[in-house]
Design a protein around this ligand. Structure first.
Ligand SMILES: O=C(O)[C@@H](CO)OP(=O)(O)O
Length: 251
């Protein structure tokens, strides 16, 4: 008998305005660039070519993920599928770094501190003040969070807030035999991949997720990957991940 194989596709949004400008973004709701829109459409093309047609979509509450999913599904002719959106799929809240240039932060604080803030598992950047122009304080989409809305997060915080959504909302869709598309972000997807693949707290620092390229997993009945995750365009994914890793060096 064939092994159970749940089908899961992870898609980081295409290039955003602030990816292009090399700014820490987090929960700031920035749009895609034209390049990002093209990446998203190409992502949909890859899904269609592979016959990986999503039955249900889960997105964050941020327009770069929402637009990416819309464009990909339009290309794959799957605009009609049901959609669930949740803040638990949002990018990591980048605290006081939101809106700051990555290369300038690296220059000002040094490579070590920069890497701790950017890729350590359990050290969050300083909190973002509610009065900052880059704060989400008072944003109606986070009303349900009240005073518990994050003002900064480390990756560990993201794992902790993401897993209840994974278990309660995504897993039932997989178990119902649906091909699930999750359109989200560099760090919320790093958190999910860490969980799925059992990557250690140290090793996750070296994992970077490229923009706009579907990452496909087959999961067994125990919800663990049956093999390695597979990017539908592996060459572009390798180049894209290297570009993400290198962002602090780009002036
Ligand atoms: O700025 C951000 O929100 C994220 C993703 O773009 O950046 P990083 O890859 O540096 O964690």
């Amino acid at each position: 008998m064939a092994e159970t194989a749940y089908k899961l596709v992870l898609l980081r949004h295409g290039q955003s305005d602030w990816n292009e400008k090399n700014l820490f973004t987090g929960w700031v709701d920035v749009p895609l660039t034209e390049k990002g829109r093209a990446e998203a459409a190409r992502g949909g093309e890859l899904l269609a070519q592979e016959g990986l047609l999503p039955d249900v979509l889960h997105t964050s509450l941020l327009k770069r993920a929402i637009t990416t999913a819309n464009l990909a599904l339009e290309t794959a002719d799957r605009q009609w599928i049901p959609v669930k959106r949740n803040w638990r799929l949002n990018e990591r809240h980048y605290g006081a770094l939101q809106g700051k240039n990555k290369a300038e932060i690296r220059d000002e604080f040094g490579e070590d501190q920069f890497m701790v803030w950017r890729r350590s598992y359990d050290t969050a950047p300083p909190q973002l003040d509610d009065s900052s122009e880059f704060s989400q304080h008072g944003d109606p989409r986070y009303a349900e969070l009240g005073e518990n809305a994050p003002r900064t997060e480390c990756l560990k915080d993201v794992v902790e807030r993401l897993l209840p959504y994974w278990n309660d909302q995504v897993v039932p869709d997989l178990q119902a035999g649906k091909t699930v598309l999750i359109a989200a972000h560099g760090n919320s997807l790093r958190a999910l991949v860490k969980h799925l693949e059992g990557i250690s707290d140290d090793d996750i620092a070296g994992l970077n997720i490229p923009t706009g390229i579907p990452l496909y997993y087959e999961l067994g009945a125990d919800l663990k990957p049956l093999g390695a995750g597979r990017y539908l365009d592996p060459e572009a994914a390798e180049a894209g991940a290297a570009a993400v890793a290198n962002q602090g060096a780009q002036h």
